[in-house]
Design a protein around this ligand. Structure first.
Ligand SMILES: Nc1ncnc2c1ncn2[C@@H]1O[C@H](COP(=O)(O)OP(=O)(O)OP(=O)(O)O)[C@@H](O)[C@H]1O
Ligand SMILES: [Mg+2]
Length: 225
């Protein structure tokens, strides 16, 4: 795996508040953050404090109001759309908040999606199957997402995020809805990804996550400390 640092500088997101013209909500106040290879950062904080907004900007999926995200020394949002997508898909594993499986694809094909998007002629089926096994979903490989529980969908999202061995892994509440045994499985995976050299960011309320973190940051009203 190639290693990669994600560096945010004065990264900011304002949202317009529609009920008051001209008013804005600062979801993320100017934030500096570095995610280094081999390290696992946990971000906690109250609902609405700006955690997902920060994570989605770091993932290349939400254009900041101001500031930059540097990946492999390149300014993500200065790249052309296609190039940003390629960089994102190949190097940044994302576990988005909530459910993000495609209903028309089987569980296995959902996990294979990043390889399909990359244009692999031969999708890595054996690796996908082995990841499903690792997260305890081997038996569900041929099912469709509608047949999965919330916790199973979280684990599917993690397997998909890990498929291409991404240099960075950004996970938004990856343990939501999981029993304690599966919380441990998922946290162990995130830790392992960091130990193998990935730059890992985990947004979570799970107290247990502190045990695998190299550092714990708190988001409060858009400010990270
Ligand atoms: N698309 C949007 N348009 C306007 N406001 C938004 C938008 N997305 C988020 N917000 C607001 O930005 C703030 C931060 O939202 P965000 O989703 O980052 O919070 P969070 O910390 O991830 O919360 P949770 O723990 O509930 O997931 C909230 O006040 C939210 O209402
Ligand atoms: Mg959130």
């Amino acid at each position: 795996m190639t290693t990669m640092t994600i560096r945010a500088r004065a990264l900011t997101k304002d949202y317009p508040r529609s009920h008051r013209s001209g008013a804005v909500l600062t979801a993320v106040a100017p934030t500096d953050l570095e995610l280094a290879p081999g390290s696992l950062t946990v971000v906690t904080g109250r609902s609405g404090s700006g955690k997902s907004t920060l994570l989605m900007m770091l993932a290349g999926l939400l254009t900041p109001t101001a500031g930059t995200v540097e990946v492999e020394g390149r300014d993500l949002y200065a790249l052309a759309e296609g190039e940003r997508s390629r960089l994102r898909n190949g190097s940044i594993g994302l576990v988005p908040q909530g459910h993000a499986a495609l209903r028309s694809l089987t569980v296995l094909d959902n996990v294979l999606l990043p390889a399909v998007i990359r244009g692999d002629a031969q999708p890595p089926v054996a690796r996908a199957a082995s990841l499903l096994e690792d997260v305890g979903l081997a038996e569900l490989a041929g099912e469709y997402p509608q047949e999965l529980s919330g916790g199973e969908l979280r684990r599917l999202a993690l397997a998909r995020a890990l498929l291409l061995g991404p240099a960075a892994l950004l996970a938004d509440e990856p343990t939501a809805g999981l029993d304690s045994e599966n919380v441990e499985v998922v946290l162990a995976f995130l830790r392992q990804a960091a130990d193998e050299g990935a730059a890992v960011l985990v947004v979570t309320h799970e107290a247990e996550a502190r045990t695998v973190a190299d550092r714990v940051l708190t988001m409060d009203g858009g400010r990270l400390s």
